[in-house]
Design a protein around this ligand. Structure first.
Ligand SMILES: C[S@@+](CC[C@H](N)C(=O)[O-])C[C@H]1O[C@@H](n2cnc3c(N)ncnc32)[C@H](O)[C@@H]1O
Length: 477
């Protein structure tokens, strides 16, 4: 089998990124190269160069479809993030239905599983909607770029073990047993429409007409290059109903990518909603005090996305009291003050001060006391990624791994640009035995490190060491 040279590899990546938005960092390259070798043999190409020319040929569009099946990652499962589906069933869908009823709209709801892989997500979505809205017409659009994955999805046959996350009552109601498989029952299938779709293409034509009440676009942004993510964010915005919900996975967000969405938090689940359209001539940044609120009073934390930190630091704007305390971005943790407990100054109350104190205590090894402050910082600024990252790291130190996962997932959700937070998350997943999730988090850390420009400072050495640690863990059993 011919070797793939760096120049050929680059040509392949450029071609694939242009047509699909997929990006391959060092960890994804093995998958790409293996797929290319398989297709090269299947097409009888004498060299990688021949295969690149074939792939680029306008007459050979089917070749890309074949290759995509080999290089995408159709990893999924039923009710992958259980909390999301609970919030959907118990809160979002009933609320949307109430609004539609009050407006005299027909009892119809339209949902989109935007990268459905082998279909588990789309069927989960259909089940919760059918359960939440009896008597309503539920329509789920299930799309994916992988033809092979989509065929499995449309067939709806799953080995018995795949149904483990499905509650028994739903299994009985929506699946039929056929030998060693469960098969989606006709009334469940009838709710789902399948379509092969490249999410990053221009001018998408959906098989179900938009707008969508709810869109799930989970675990796909991480495979796309930044420009494709920005295009996709604009598409999702266009396809979403004005009062609809966009759900991403717990470790993805459109933070700093799109200013068209705001985040809302419901029972720990992060939701993207369309940002209010500013009135002509007004500031495009909504007043934070009106956007941030207390979920316990049945209101919700909301934060606009897509702002540059210097213009609108998420941490500073997350809570009104923070911007009053310190009118500017949060200070670097390097500029930390002496902890109040030792300096005799009054106890800190602002999130920035709590966080700085927590960091100092953590550096001294006082993890319990540090964690207490970090947790308070999270409560004071629930949308501050660094507070959650520190809280998660300290929870991990103290052996509270479930809490560490929750905090670190929230941190990467709020700021998906920090490789060290992904690294921490990967190590905690490993300790919990979640190897697949650990691999994903570590690969994402590597991907971010790959993209970091060299600065010529000590930060470069830190990045090299972190990348090495990620690779070691990725290769470890
Ligand atoms: C890891 S799976 C996620 C499946 C499901 N959303 C979940 O979270 O369980 C990622 C899916 O994204 C699909 N995908 C990748 N790039 C895509 C693109 N440009 N357009 C549509 N689907 C894409 C892949 O084919 C794959 O099935």
């Amino acid at each position: 089998m011919p070797e793939i040279t760096p120049a050929e590899s680059q040509a392949l990546r450029t071609l694939i990124a242009r047509d699909t938005g997929l990006s391959f960092d060092s960890s994804g390259l093995a998958r790409l190269h293996s797929g290319v070798r398989q297709r090269l043999a299947a097409r009888g190409c004498a060299s990688v160069g021949d295969y690149v020319r074939l792939l680029a040929s306008p007459q050979e569009t089917d070749e890309l479809v074949e290759l995509i099946d080999l290089i995408t990652v159709p990893e999924t499962r039923f009710f992958r993030d259980q909390r999301q589906f609970e919030v959907l069933q118990q809160q979002l869908l009933p609320e949307l239905a109430r609004v539609r009823r009050a407006a005299g709209a027909p009892p119809e709801i339209r949902l989109w599983s935007a990268a459905c892989a082998t279909g588990e997500e789309a069927y989960s979505l259909a089940m919760v909607a059918l359960e939440a809205l009896p008597g309503w017409r539920v329509q789920v659009l299930a799309t994916d770029i992988s033809q092979r994955a989509l065929c499995i999805a449309a067939r709806g046959h799953y080995p018995v073990g795949r149904l483990d996350p499905v509650p028994p009552v739903l299994r009985t109601r929506y699946f039929e047993r056929h030998g060693a498989d469960y098969v989606a029952a006709p009334h469940l299938r009838a709710a789902v429409t399948f379509q092969r779709l490249n999410l990053t293409a221009a001018g998408l034509q959906l098989a179900l007409p938009p707008p969508m009440d709810v869109i799930l676009c989970e675990n796909v942004l991480i495979y796309l290059e930044p420009a494709a993510v920005a295009r996709l964010a604009a598409t999702l915005h266009t396809m979403l109903r004005a009062d609809g919900y966009l759900l991403l996975s717990a470790s993805e967000s459109l933070w700093r990518t799109s200013s068209q969405f705001v985040i809302e938090v419901r029972d720990g689940v992060f939701l993207h909603r369309k940002a209010p359209t500013p009135a002509a001539g007004t500031d495009t940044v909504p007043d934070q005090d009106s956007l941030v609120s207390d979920p316990r009073q049945n209101r919700h934390d909301r934060l606009p996305l897509g702002r540059q930190p210097d213009r609108l630091s998420p941490s500073v704007r997350a809570r009104g009291e923070m911007s009053r305390d310190r009118p500017g971005p949060m200070p670097s943790l390097a500029d930390r003050p002496t902890p109040a407990a030792t300096s005799g100054t009054p106890p800190a109350t602002s999130a920035a001060a709590l966080l700085a104190e927590a960091q100092v205590l953590a550096d001294r090894g006082a993890f319990g006391a540090a964690r207490a402050l970090a947790t308070r910082a999270c409560a004071a600024a629930p949308l501050d990624a660094r507070a959650h990252a520190l809280d998660g790291m300290l929870a991990a130190q103290l052996g509270d791994l479930p809490a560490a996962v929750r905090a670190l997932e929230r941190a990467v959700y709020l700021d998906p640009t920090l490789p060290q937070t992904y690294y921490q998350l990967g190590t905690v997943y490993r300790r919990l035995g979640h190897h697949e999730r650990a691999q994903r988090a570590l690969r994402q850390a590597l991907r971010l490190l790959d993209r970091q420009p060299a600065t010529g400072s000590v930060a470069d050495t830190t990045a090299v060491l972190l990348a090495e640690a990620c690779r070691r863990l990725l290769q470890a059993p």
